[in-house]
Design a protein around this ligand. Structure first.
Ligand SMILES: CCCCC/C=C\C/C=C\C/C=C\C/C=C\CCCC(=O)SCCNC(=O)CCNC(=O)[C@H](O)C(C)(C)COP(=O)(O)OP(=O)(O)OC[C@H]1O[C@@H](n2cnc3c(N)ncnc32)[C@H](O)[C@@H]1OP(=O)(O)O
Length: 218
């Protein structure tokens, strides 16, 4: 039933998060990650703290200045990731800027992934910025986590593709500010269709389940 996963087929295009965490991250990428981490904290404070208006104005003015400063530089080009001068971290850019697992993207929770045999495992914690019902994670954010998790699992086959259909069953509300763990695996492959399944837990409690059909490129 389980198709073997083979990360090596895609390793020429990007590093797995586990590989990347073993590589020393220094210089520009370390600073990108640090900035993203601080921005995540700013987002959390903005959504929970009862900050006085004057401090909000001051923070907005400071960030407006920083936004103008950061925006003054040329945009990175995709080909920088495959240039002869590309570092392993440059090649890892697609992953490091991911909206779900990217350590250099402040909107990622981030979801941390590890490969355990044929199962891809993830850990994350939703902050208040991901709130849907009071105290609970937004269903769309949970779906996004599953898209990434199952999408990554199917990428480890030699036939990666795009999400065709993603079905989520929300079993119980998923709590905020709680260590969550999730898992996904490729269930079967039929022609270009890769069928994946995944689950999300808070402790022993099953919060949500997902089925995904991914379509390998022709
Ligand atoms: C170029 C792809 C490579 C991409 C990945 C590459 C590398 C990986 C890199 C990094 C990976 C790291 C992490 C990944 C993490 C997250 C991944 C996120 C993934 C996404 O977030 S991705 C964005 C959302 N995604 C879309 O934006 C898709 C838009 N859409 C389309 O691009 C097309 O719509 C497509 C391609 C889905 C199908 O188009 P198509 O022309 O190839 O399909 P076609 O008609 O030939 O059908 C062939 C057979 O599939 C069945 N079929 C058709 N459509 C189906 C569907 N939707 N669901 C279930 N089954 C379907 C038919 O019923 C037929 O079945 P049968 O053979 O049995 O008759």
């Amino acid at each position: 039933m389980n198709e073997p996963l083979d990360g090596s087929a895609l390793s020429q295009y990007f590093l797995l998060p586990t590989d990347a965490s073993e590589a020393p991250v220094t210089g520009i990428w370390a600073e990108r990650r640090r900035l993203a981490s601080i921005m995540r904290t700013v987002i959390e404070h903005l959504t929970v703290a009862d900050t006085p208006e004057s401090e909000l104005r001051e923070a907005a003015d400071t960030l407006q200045h920083l936004a103008a400063q950061l925006g003054a530089h040329p945009r990175r080009r995709k080909r920088d990731d495959i240039a002869d001068t590309a570092t392993p971290m440059d090649k890892h850019a697609l992953i490091d800027f991911s909206p779900l697992i990217g350590l250099s993207n402040p909107i990622s929770p981030p979801l941390e992934l590890t490969l355990d045999g044929n199962t891809l495992r993830g850990r994350l914690r939703f902050g208040t910025a991901y709130e849907g019902p009071p105290g609970c994670a937004h269903g769309g954010c949970i779906a996004a986590v599953f898209d990434e998790l199952l999408g990554y699992a199917q990428s480890l086959t030699s036939l990666p593709g795009m999400t065709g259909t993603l079905t989520i069953r929300y079993r119980v509300p998923t709590p905020l500010h709680t260590e969550l763990h999730c898992e996904a695996r490729v269930q079967r492959i039929s022609g270009r269709k890769i069928f994946c399944v995944g689950r999300l837990y808070a402790g022993e409690t099953l919060c949500a389940e997902a089925d995904g059909v991914f379509l390998a490129s022709r």
